[in-house]
Design a protein around this ligand. Structure first.
Ligand code: ADP
Ligand code: MG
Length: 394
């Protein structure tokens, strides 16, 4: 268990970490996610004992570790740039943490070698023990770095952008593998990334950081589906922001009204509604309750199509639809279409998160009935499959 209690750290006069508190449970894998400079590395180094906080405490397994050094804290650390010893074989790199133990607690040479070999098997490079780091690929080196960090049987594993220096394909492989490894070892872990997809895929919980403070903490689904602030919304992936007004428990966006019973106490405020590209449904022009739009540009990306569209009074928006809907509506540049925001999250002018509004709650028109379609091979109505493909989460 890691307890971070009101930790602050300034460099000179610059506040790198500003009153951060967070509890990390035993066996949990947490991602610190945020843009460059948001304080992720500094916080990780404070947990490790490589940096000391100006204020606040670090508690490890119930014991105040604030004044303990890095060794005493018993953490394994993996950096972005491997940090392997170039003049040592892979096997020697992995057993290093055991080799330098004081004689009293040092296992025998045979046991250290055995342990290092087991770890190399665990990280799936059991055949590379006799090589030198220069004879390995980036992905293999990072596996060695991880095996080395695990050799001391740390109670916490800390990883700072461990896949940052690798190419996209290897990154994807390794992050899936890290997740599986974590499920096997169940070691408490914190890993830093600026890549939201990586955080969502690997972590049990995501901690979004912004300017030295925690912006939001939640499961990947919570953080992605219900961002608590405009910053998190924009950081978690492309999003359209639509100006809107709130009046009489209704939100009006581009002339369409949505019921918002949660806005009990708000009258005549301006707000911003955030809509993800896949939550903008594209329909035939003139469809009841849709906003009129024109296609400016289309980009076919395999099974999905990304559209830039111009909507009157709202400007240029991005929509993402399935290839099926795209072909069905015969969309091309210049097409007139209709759009219906299916899921929006609003924030009032003061920045407070308002309700998230779904299409079903619309007051002025019943939801359009889907046209009759032939059944798909699975027996599920084709319209439902289309809806799923177009990303409607209803
Ligand atoms: P991140 O890992 O999220 O990119 P860092 O924790 O490395 O962010 O840095 C947070 C802020 O603190 C940055 O603005 C960085 O320039 C500053 N900073 C980090 N380490 C030092 C240092 N040793 N001396 C001065 N400023 C630092
Ligand atoms: Mg960093």
């Amino acid at each position: 268990m890691i307890g971070i209690e009101h930790v602050s750290k300034t460099f000179g006069r610059f506040p790198a970490i500003n009153d951060v508190s967070l509890d990390i449970a035993e066996g949990e894998l947490v991602a610190l996610l945020g843009p460059s400079g948001s304080g992720k590395t500094t916080l990780l180094r404070i947990i490790a004992g490589l940096e000391h906080a100006d204020q606040g405490r670090i508690v490890l397994d119930g014991v105040d570790a604030t004044n303990m050094g890095a060794r005493e804290r018993h953490v394994g650390f993996v950096f972005q740039h491997y940090g392997l010893f170039r003049h040592m074989t892979v096997l020697a790199n992995v057993s290093f943490g055991l080799d330098i133990r004081p004689r009293r607690s040092r296992p025998s040479r045979a046991d250290r070698t055995k342990r290092a070999r087991e770890l190399l098997d665990l990280v799936q490079i059991g055949n590379l023990g006799d090589r030198y780091p220069s004879q390995l690929s980036g992905g293999q080196r990072q596996r060695v770095a991880l095996a080395r960090a695990l050799a001391i049987e740390p109670r916490i594993l800390l990883l700072d952008e461990p896949f940052g220096a690798l190419d996209a394909k290897v990154r994807k492989e390794l992050r899936r593998w890290l997740r599986e490894l974590h499920d096997t070892l169940k070691i408490t872990g914190v890993f830093v990334t600026h890549d939201q997809e990586e955080a969502l895929e690997v972590a049990d919980r995501v901690v979004v950081m912004n300017q030295g403070a925690i912006e939001q903490v939640g499961t990947p689904t919570e953080v992605y589906d219900a961002p608590g602030t405009p910053f998190v919304f924009e950081f978690m992936g492309h999003v359209n922001s639509l100006p809107c007004t709130v009046h009489n428990r209704e939100i009006t966006v581009g002339g369409i009204r949505f019921a918002a019973p949660e806005y009990q106490e708000v009258e005549d405020d301006f707000a911003v509604a955030f809509v993800r590209p896949h939550a903008l449904e594209v329909v035939a022009p003139g469809t009841d309750g849709s906003l009129a739009a024109t296609v400016l540009h289309e980009l076919v990306l395999g099974p999905t199509v990304r559209l830039d569209i111009r909507v009157e009074k709202l400007g240029v928006l991005e929509a993402e639809i399935s290839r099926i809907v795209h072909d069905e509506l015969r969309i091309k540049r210049g097409s007139r279409i209709g759009i219906i925001p299916r899921h929006m999250q609003t924030f009032l002018s003061g920045g407070n998160a308002g309700p998230s509004v779904r299409m079903e709650e619309r007051r002025d028109a019943p939801p359009p009935t889907p046209p009759q379609m032939p059944k798909g091979r699975t027996g599920r109505p084709l319209s439902e499959i289309m809806r799923r493909l177009s990303g409607r989460r209803d």
